[in-house]
Write a protein that binds this ligand. Sequence first.
Ligand code: SF4
Length: 70
Amino acid sequence: MNDFNNFCTCKDLECPFHPTKHNKGCSLCIQKNLKKKEIPSCFFNIVKNEEIIEGYSFYDFAKLVIEDNK
Ligand code: SF4
């Protein structure tokens, strides 16, 4: 457990990169997302509830933001 748990809204507590699983904050999550060309779930959670997210690609995020602004 560390201070990064205070703002991470990711609900995937089974993910080994979740800040509750280590003391490296967001580093491992960001590293994974950069490698997969994806956006971290905390950004999606600002726009919409995580349950309705179809995927985490740049396109999925852009689509969600555009749909949210209609
Ligand atoms: S980047 Fe990842 S670890 Fe950091 S707050 Fe967002 S979802 Fe959580």
